[in-house]
Each structure stands twice: as C-alpha cells, then as structure tokens.
Design a binder for this molecule. Structure first.
Ligand SMILES: Nc1ncnc2c1ncn2[C@@H]1O[C@H](COP(=O)(O)OP(=O)(O)OP(=O)(O)O)[C@@H](O)[C@H]1O
Ligand SMILES: [Mg+2]
Length: 264
C-alpha cells in the first residue's frame, strides 16, 4: 500500500522575521506563496522523481506528504486517509546523517525494528538488509569508520528495514563522488524493482530522474506549479546516450525546461 493523492494543494509561508534580510521573500507578516494548485496522483509502487529550480518547494512538498508540515489548503490522501501528522508506520524519510554516531551499523539498522520481539527474526532481518546494501563485514563499524558511499548505504538499509510503504528521499546522492553516485543510484533502481515500494525522490540531477523514475515531475519557479508530469515507460537499464531515442530527446527537453540550452 502506498497510493498518494495530492489535490489542489497550496502552501504559503508567512515571514516572521522583523528585521528584513536580503534573502527574505516578503516583508514581515506577509505571505509568500510557494506551491500553487498541485495535483499529483502517485500509484502504489511507483518511483517518482521531482525536479525543479532551487527554492521552488520540493522539500516543502515532501515534508507535507510526510506529515511534518501542513498545507495551507488542499489535501494529501494516502491509501484513502488524509494525513494529519507524521506517521512512523507507513512513511520513512531518508536523510543523510540520519545514523546515530555512537551506534554501530548493526545497532543503527536495529533501531528500525524495535517492534519485533523475536530475537532470531530480528537478527535475520538486520543481516538481510545489511547484505542487501553490501555492508556485510562492517556490522560492528561506527559511522565515522565508513566511507561516504558506505554511510549512504547504511542509511538506505536503515530506511528499508522499517519496511515502509512509502520512502521519501530528498537529494539522496548529494555530496557523493561521481562513481559512488552512479553505483548507488543503480542499486536504488534494483532495490525498487525487488521491493516495489512507492518512492519519492527529489533530485537536481536530470539524469538521476531519467535513469530511475517511473514518472518525472518538474516544478516551475515559485510560486510553483507543475510544468511536466510524465510517465516513463522505458525499460531498465536506461541509456540516454543513444542519440535520437525518445529518452535522449526527453533529456534535451528537460534540460531546456530547467534553463540549460546545450545539454552535454
Ligand atoms: N519554515 C519556513 N518558513 C518560511 N519560509 C520557508 C520555510 N521553509 C521553506 N521556506 C521557503 O519556501 C521556499 C521553498 O523551500 P524548499 O526548501 O521547499 O525548496 P526546494 O525546492 O527544496 O529547494 P532546494 O532545491 O534548494 O532544496 C523557499 O523560498 C524557502 O525560503
Ligand atoms: Mg530542498
């Protein structure tokens, strides 16, 4: 279960800072419209990638879907129920630096399984997810003893072990080196095919969206509206470097939409 229906959603922020700073979007007390009439339906098991200019409200929308923030108007219905607050049962928000530094990889992954009382079952699950992200052998390592890519893998194991219906990942590959980024995104695609969770991914990388998404949603500048909501019916693995394919054309179109005329 992981069907999401976002209808007529609007979000405004009120500026509460009395001394105005350069970056403030409006004077004290005035509202700033961020999201405007957002309508999106996400199927159970879909991987949806969100693209859009910085500050357009992608993270805000993710926070609203996760129940950490509330829309000004409109609704978010998950599996038939309107969300009213955070739910640890069906939604997990993937965060980097989400690991507790004083706990080992094993203990961090174990945190998501507090509800399982049977110790054997618990150990088996922890091992399964640690192996899934290829961290076997590093169970007793602390976060500071892992590389950037391994840390991100441990964070993914920690997210998936909870077995959420919906996984929200806000820029999950930021700060990683190029090859680790490529490898990890390939692994997320494989995991998605294997586990079939609904996954919402915010990214600034058009290629991430093209390689991973079952659907791509592009936001305009603030106040943001949906500029493109497109299903990607291409099989995996995807190659957009073969020129004149539909995927390569869509890549050029997306770069253009986001302000780059000559995509390389
Ligand atoms: N709690 C808040 N109070 C006031 N304004 C806020 C608050 N949170 C976000 N905003 C404003 O809403 C807008 C959208 O922010 P958000 O973080 O959702 O953007 P984003 O699309 O995730 O950007 P980025 O790509 O840079 O991460 C920004 O202009 C931001 O300043
Ligand atoms: Mg953001």
């Amino acid at each position: 279960m992981g069907h999401i229906q976002i209808s007529g959603l609007n979000k405004e922020f009120v500026n509460r800072r009395k001394t105005r700073r350069e970056e403030d979007l409006a004077p004290f007390g005035q509202t700033v419209p961020v999201l405007e009439d957002i309508n999106i339906e996400i199927e159970d098991g879909e991987m949806v990638c969100f693209l859009g200019p910085s500050g357009c409200g992608k993270s805000t929308l993710m926070r609203i879907v996760a129940g950490f923030d509330h829309q000004t108007s409109g609704s978010v219905i998950i599996d038939g129920k309107a969300i009213t607050g955070p739910s640890s049962d069906n939604i997990f928000v993937f965060q980097h630096s989400g690991l507790l530094p004083w706990m080992t990889v094993w203990q961090n992954v174990e945190l998501g399984l507090r509800k399982i009382e049977n110790q054997d079952e618990k150990c088996e699950k922890i091992q399964e997810y640690i192996e899934m992200v290829e961290l076997d052998g590093f169970e007793e390592h602390y976060p500071h003893q892992l590389s950037g890519g391994m840390l991100r893998r441990a964070e993914i194991a920690r997210a998936l072990v909870v077995n959420p219906d919906i996984l929200i990942m806000d820029e999950p590959f930021s700060g990683l080196d190029f090859l680790t980024h490529m490898k990890l995104r390939e692994e997320v695609v494989n995991m998605h095919q294997y586990l079939g969770k609904t996954i919402l991914i915010v990214t600034h990388d058009i290629d991430d969206a093209l390689v991973m998404g079952d659907r791509i949603i592009v936001f305009s500048r603030r106040p943001s509206q949906i500029k493109l909501n497109r299903k990607l019916d291409f099989s995996h693995p995807r190659n957009f470097f073969k020129k004149d394919t539909e995927l390569a054309k869509l890549r050029d179109e997306l770069f253009f939409m986001l302000g780059v005329n000559y995509a390389v």
